[in-house]
Ligand binder design. Structure first.
Ligand SMILES: N[C@@H](CCC(=O)N[C@@H](CS)C(=O)NCC(=O)O)C(=O)O
Length: 217
């Protein structure tokens, strides 16, 4: 059955791979599943046809036969459940990999998204200079803990899993801030993720869509 995902017609990041379709592309590449992409404009994302797939009018979505999914975590989980390459075979190791998926999205990503908001949306507020270091410290607190847990391991819990895929994807958002470089083992962890052939294919595919276009503003 053909898998179709949605992605930005013009990504605001201009193809840096930070839009969340990259996570889904990466999961599909790890799983060896071909897929098609339907590009949507910001306008089309808020129209009824797209809202029927995604109640919040966002990307990515995932369609496969009668199944339509939204939320990257759910999509990556679905791919990992149905194909090899993203989940350990052992049931308890699987459960732990799922914990890391939730940790990436629920515990590590929220303060990182706050930083994006501080930088992109709140830059002109009078309290911006006071808020920025507070948010940076909340991120550091999470990174300290994650760094301590990872130690000198390659991946979070044994072999590479969907938990690593989401954690690396979340941490990639920090690169421009320089915060990741304060944690050499996390920077190396992210670099290991980016070095995976499946990630490279996913990155190149989204770049091909965005490279020739000016970023959406
Ligand atoms: N929690 C959602 C977040 C989806 C999301 O924020 N998508 C962004 C692109 S990365 C988007 O569509 N932004 C445009 C908008 O919200 O209007 C997920 O993980 O899929």
């Amino acid at each position: 059955m053909t898998i179709t995902i949605t992605a930005f017609e013009r990504s605001p990041d201009g193809g840096k791979g930070l839009a969340r379709d990259t996570r889904v592309r990466w999961a599909l590449e790890e799983a060896g599943q071909p897929y098609e992409v339907r590009l949507v404009s910001f306008h089309a994302m808020k129209e009824p046809a797209h809202l029927a797939l995604h109640p919040f009018g966002q990307i990515p979505t995932y369609e496969e036969g009668d199944l339509a999914l939204f939320e990257t975590g759910a999509i990556v989980f679905h791919i990992a459940e149905h194909h090899d390459g993203l989940m350990p075979d052992d049931a308890t190791a699987r459960a732990r990999a799922i914990s890391w998926m939730f940790a990436a999205l629920n515990t590590v990503e929220p303060p990182i998204l706050e930083l994006v908001i501080v930088r992109l949306i709140e830059g002109d507020k009078p309290w911006h200079a006071e808020r920025l270091p507070l948010v940076q410290d909340r991120i550091r607190s999470r990174l300290n803990q994650l760094s301590a847990r990872l130690g000198d391991a390659d991946w979070l819990d044994g072999a590479f899993s969907a938990g690593d895929l989401l954690m690396v994807s979340v941490l990639l958002r920090l690169r421009a801030s320089g915060l990741l470089d304060e944690y050499p083992n996390l920077a190396a962890y992210v670099a290991r993720g980016e070095a995976r052939p499946a990630y490279k294919r996913a990155f190149e595919a989204q770049l091909a869509v965005n490279a020739a276009k000016p970023p959406a503003g």
